[in-house]
Design a binder for this molecule. Structure first.
Ligand code: UTP
Length: 398
């Protein structure tokens, strides 16, 4: 591997005085141990023994809906349920340089992604007749823009005393030679370190006391980009509480055996998410007696975690994933580049690995067409166009 501080040293040599001291301070503040993950690229962590994990499926949910809804609503009314919006990502695939939640997906009117999510949550607060505390994770890159956007739009009618923002940690990016990148003359190229550290960041921001003052015992974590998902869904909350599990995960039935989604299953007796590329052919195609896939439910990044368990595991470290991304940078000659193709490695921990730290997890099936409209890409699959179609089919005026 080339000298990892190649670009940084060149730049340090050019700077003087306060600028040099500021860059040195950034270097000293960075957790470089994360770069050790480069040693395992492609190798992957050894995985344990997988087994299917039965889900609570739609037929059962329908049958028990009233009872489960009552349990969930009681918990929400008792103030035991909070929601956490993960909005620290950079949405590089969408290629929009403002926070993803500020994208206007409306056609005849403005309809922002954040607005869709708040409106989905407002359905629950209206039904429950009480507020649900909402915690929003941002990063240093998009924090100010996110907070100002919510203020400008008066939190889309959500009582702002129930909304708290917190900022996630950052990590350096390196080129494919392992050399740490500079974003400009004075700054390292750092970026959000994935969505896995969200609870640690909440704790660092002092929000544990907020959770305990409000009596929050369950947190519903959700991604910014799925505009159809139900948040603090009383039936899901009720089902998870009733199951006695430490966590719950909304899942959708896989569309095909080889669909590229992370599947919720069991690994060495604990809940776990296995990626499609980690599954053997046998796992991909194995079927239950009724003909359904044994590993048939994919996660949609909507989880319910018990706060007590989160506190217990907050110090445990998650595996670091090395991902290829487009990272703007300044080269050794001081020339800036805005790559159109991935050019660098970023280091991320992922919330899906947190599921494996839970003693138990209830896979809870939702109807894909009603609850899954992610906006990831500029065009095609999981884009604004596909999300608009799904919103329209669900009666949302665009
Ligand atoms: P994605 O995996 O889609 O990543 O995030 P991303 O950074 O938003 O988008 P790309 O891959 O660059 O196109 C899934 C969810 O996790 C959040 C995102 O905001 C989204 O809600 N996330 C991701 C964070 O909060 N922090 C991160 O560091 C990464």
């Amino acid at each position: 591997m080339a000298e990892k501080f190649y670009y940084v040293d060149k730049q340090l040599a050019r700077l003087e005085g306060a600028d040099k001291a500021a860059l040195q301070a950034q270097i000293d503040d960075t957790d470089w141990s994360i770069l050790q993950a480069l040693e395992h690229i492609g190798g992957g962590e050894g995985r344990g023994v997988f087994a299917p994990l039965p889900a609570m499926e739609i037929a059962e949910i329908k049958e028990r809906e009233e009872e489960l809804r009552a349990i969930g609503l009681a918990a929400i009314r008792a103030g035991k349920v909070g929601a956490v919006l993960l909005a620290g990502g950079q949405g590089t695939r969408l290629g929009y340089d403002q926070p993803k939640g500020t994208v206007d997906i409306g056609v005849t009117r403005s309809l922002y992604i954040f607005q869709c999510l708040i409106q989905n949550l407002q359905k629950v607060t209206a039904e429950a007749g009480c507020m649900v505390p909402l915690y929003i994770m941002t990063s240093t890159v998009n924090h100010e823009a996110t907070v100002s956007f919510f203020r400008e739009h008066d939190f889309f009618g959500y009582d702002s005393s129930y909304v708290k923002f917190f900022i996630q940690e950052m990590a350096p990016a390196v080129d494919y030679e392992g050399r740490v990148l500079m974003s400009d003359e004075k700054n390292l190229a750092i970026s959000p370190n994935g969505n896995g550290g969200w609870f640690g960041s909440m704790v660092k921001a002092g929000l544990l006391s907020d959770l305990s003052e409000r009596g929050v015992q369950w947190l519903n974590i959700f991604a910014v980009d799925n505009v159809l998902q139900q948040i603090a869904d009383p039936v899901f909350v009720g089902a998870t509480i009733d199951s006695g599990c430490e966590s719950g995960a909304k899942v959708v039935k896989k569309a095909a055996p080889d669909e590229r989604v992370g599947v919720l299953c069991s690994e060495d007796g604990r809940p776990s998410i296995v990626e499609y590329y980690e599954m053997t052919d046998e796992m991909l195609h194995s079927r239950k007696e009724n003909g359904d896939l044994s590993y048939g439910f994919g996660v949609i990044l909507n989880y319910l975690f018990g706060v007590e368990k989160l506190v217990e595991i907050v110090e445990q470290s998650l595996p670091v994933h090395v991902v290829e991304k487009k990272v703007p940078y300044m080269d050794e000659n001081g020339v800036s580049h805005k790559p159109q193709e991935p050019n660098a490695y970023k280091f991320e921990t992922l919330i899906l690995d947190m599921v494996h730290m839970m003693g138990s997890c209830l896979p809870y099936e939702v109807v894909r067409e009603k609850e899954f409209a992610p906006i990831k890409n500029k065009e095609g699959v999981d884009s604004i166009v596909s999300a608009r179609e799904l919103l329209t089919r669900n009666g949302v005026t665009l």
